[in-house]
Design a protein around this ligand. Sequence first.
Ligand code: GN1
Ligand code: MG
Length: 363
Amino acid sequence: MEAIDTAGILAQFEIKGTVNEVKPLGNGLINDTYLVITEGDDAPDYVLQRINNAIFQDVDLLQHNIEVVTAHIRHKLEDSNTDDIDRKVLQFVKARDSKTHYRDEADRYWRVMVFIPDSITREGVTPESAYDCGKAFGNFQKMLVDVPEQLGEPIPDFHNMELRMSQLREAVQNDAAGRLDEVRDIVEELKRDADEMCQAERLHREGRLPKRICHCDTKVNNMLFDQDGQVLCVIDLDTVMPSFIFSDYGDFLRTGANFTAEDDPDMSKVGFNEAIFKSFTKGYLESAREFLTPIEVEHLPYAVALFPFMQCVRFLADYINGDTYYKIKYPTHNLDRARNQLALYRDVRRHDAMMTAFIKGLL
Ligand code: GN1
Ligand code: MG
């Protein structure tokens, strides 16, 4: 790893106290993250992050979104007299030029936020915690339904299924890595269901399905819990943007309700965990039902299928392209991921009727 002058970077931000130690934090694949420990108890500790501007090319837009969203959530928490607000929403530190990010001489982008004390992250989901996660992500969307400005997309068309399908078609057309022959059967299966999976974009064009501000990377490790296991707040706000509410509901279940990891090469372990689906959905609807429209609610089972389908399309396109986007650990890693997500998609589809009936029963 290149040597980073963290002291020089931190000096660009209005942080309090004296820095004692800077050490790597977490296991994020996209940004580099450090914990900044200050001396004594008077000053908070901080999190220093290098923003990956190869993936997030418009850092001004990205940070603007995050500033708007965190300020809006803070106001909501203040208005409802919530206690311990500083642990329930992220707080970014201003740089000397009053932006919330700093660009160094090597064109690297940095930001600093206050470290939330006594917080932990989790990697696994249980039926109990899935309920809390559902409530928290539903509440996140609920707090943001009335943001008074139009936010931009830090990654344009990020969860646009039509675009993801056209990227797959283009990959197939080019066959850049000569891998098409071994995946033709998967491509055909995806093409068969593509129209059905692209219905959100059509409903949106017809004016029947709104876009709302969503998190767009809902995973259990993107929230902080307190020592008693209660959710404190949602973190990792880089992909916050206008999307269909399906993004947050469906993508959480894609990872949370798979019996195994998204890259498990043993397809017999892949499957849809009904218990987690039920408790997450119960929590989500408790927070979200008051703002969701009937069309949104009716399409929740579609959202559960959409995300493994979309992720299969993305992994497969990357495999065909010769692994240019996702980091891989071995040559067929993306292919295993694609097969895994396809197996999950098929199993979710077998649960269509169950999901519809369960959601109906909750309302
Ligand atoms: C990427 O790096 P991670 O796991 O937070 C991707 C998500 C995918 C996910 C699949 C910016 O997220 O959309 O669902 O990999 N994020 C981006 O593992 O492309
Ligand atoms: Mg993350």
